[in-house]
Design a protein around this ligand. Structure first.
Ligand code: RNT
Ligand code: ZN
Length: 422
């Protein structure tokens, strides 16, 4: 039998007292948590397929494994699935769309000719749910990206096509931001790179800088659209060289005043994004996170409450960065229920933030300043046994979403009633 509301409330009251002993106000932590909006990536719902209907392989060095039934096949199915996932998350969240999820109607529209009109249904849907949208130009799964180069392509005609795609996408982002009253973060990630070491590492990077400058030439009010750039270490087929590496984009973001997107799967396996936040935010106003979970490589596993996820959340809270860092999710798993994947990953991110908000950070800081590293380590370990689950359950209940594991039954029911018939 699941715990009753009374049991959950009693557990919360005990937990609140226990945290109060540590000088932590659980109600204040929950109020803060409720202000955080995660940006859910639409592409978990359909294995990064999009709705262009060209049958084009995903490419770009990305790979989705698994064939669990129930993939969203149409925009309406995807919206229904996102609705279901959002209904199981405490708080108010956003949706992150890719250009390949456009709905141009019966006529095919090339990516360089996309307009806000092609996203009308998404914007109307978002407005009716009072949620914000984020956006991404799609530089993969396209014949003009098939040889692994887009904005850094040696052919000026192909480069121009992708520049125009980028320009179109910023305007779409701005339209989304204006329509929804919350700035759209439009994130540029390109796959460009090569399998073997190239002779010319410099040329493609020079072309990329120039192409990005052309994409970003038009001034757009940051109240409507903000641009982010996402680097990467390697992809499948771009193992030896990636044009848009971390150093490239870090320098680019600083000099052009763009947001830097840090994807947790895009670094050397022992390098962590949690350590980068306080470094890059010395030099940048804002950043975007792609919270992911790489397993041995950029495998885009569903996010779980791992040590690194906790560390990311701790940095966001301890550094007071929640107002400067946009938290997006980026993973794709087709081997389990896709709605559950969203819910597991998003709830894990929210739990990590809650854990961080429940830290007695002032006393820990004081101990560190006094050089009492014994107490710092001892208390951090004891904190791990605090009843945070009771606080989380209370948060879910006050936001009218299932506490504990209760959400799973709802996803199973949705699978039986809806997903299984696709
Ligand atoms: C690829 C990047 C990028 C994509 C999405 C689909 O390595 O992480 O963010 O995952 O744009
Ligand atoms: Zn990413």
């Amino acid at each position: 039998m699941p715990p009753t509301a009374t049991t959950l409330e009693a557990s919360y009251n005990l937990a609140r007292e226990q945290y109060a002993e540590w000088g932590v106000d659980t109600d204040a932590a929950l109020r803060r948590l409720a202000t955080v909006s995660l940006s859910l990536h639409c592409w978990q719902g359909d294995d990064v397929g999009g709705f262009e209907g060209t049958g084009q392989e995903i490419g770009g060095g990305l790979a989705v494994t698994g064939s669990y039934p129930g993939r969203a096949r149409t925009p309406d199915e995807l919206r229904a699935d996102v609705d279901r996932a959002l209904s199981l998350l405490p708080g108010h969240h956003r949706l992150n769309l890719h250009a390949s999820y456009a709905e141009p109607g019966p006529r095919k529209v090339e990516r360089d000719a996309l307009t806000p009109e092609h996203f009308r249904n998404w914007i109307d849907w978002a407005r009716s749910r009072r949620i914000g949208l984020d956006f991404n130009p799609t530089y993969f799964a396209h014949p003009l990206a098939a040889d692994g180069y887009t904005l850094a392509h040696p052919d000026p005609g192909i480069r121009r096509f992708w520049i125009d795609h980028g320009i179109a996408c910023r305007r779409i982002g701005a339209a989304m931001g204006a329509a929804l009253g919350t700035p759209c973060i439009t994130n540029v990630w390109i796959p460009d790179g090569s399998k073997e070491p190239p002779i010319d590492r410099k040329g493609p990077r020079a072309r990329l800088a120039e192409a990005l400058d052309a994409v970003f030439a038009e001034p757009i009010d940051p109240a409507f659209n903000r641009d982010a750039v996402e680097g990467k270490l390697f992809g499948i087929g771009s193992e030896s060289y990636v044009v848009g590496s971390h150093e490239f984009y870090y320098g680019y973001a600083i000099t052009r005043k763009k947001l830097l997107c840090l994807d947790a799967g895009h670094y050397h396996p022992t390098e962590v994004v949690s350590d980068k936040l306080s470094a890059v935010l010395q030099h940048l106003d804002e950043a975007l996170l792609h919270v992911s979970r790489g397993v041995r490589w950029d495998s885009d596993h569903v996010v779980i409450l791992s040590d690194e996820l906790e560390a990311i959340a701790q940095e966001l809270v301890r550094g007071d960065y929640l107002g400067r860092v946009h938290v997006g999710l980026d993973f794709f798993d087709a081997s389990i229920n896709r709605v559950a994947a969203w819910v597991i990953g998003s709830r894990a991110m929210l739990k990590a933030l809650l854990l961080a908000l429940l830290e007695p950070v002032d006393s820990l800081r004081r101990l560190e300043a006094e050089g009492d590293f014994t107490a710092r380590l001892a208390l951090l370990e004891e904190l791990k046994a605090m009843p945070f689950g009771a606080v989380w359950d209370h948060h879910c209940r006050t936001h009218d979403v299932p506490a504990g594991r209760d959400w799973l039954a709802e996803v199973k029911e949705y699978e039986r009633a809806v997903l299984a018939h696709r």
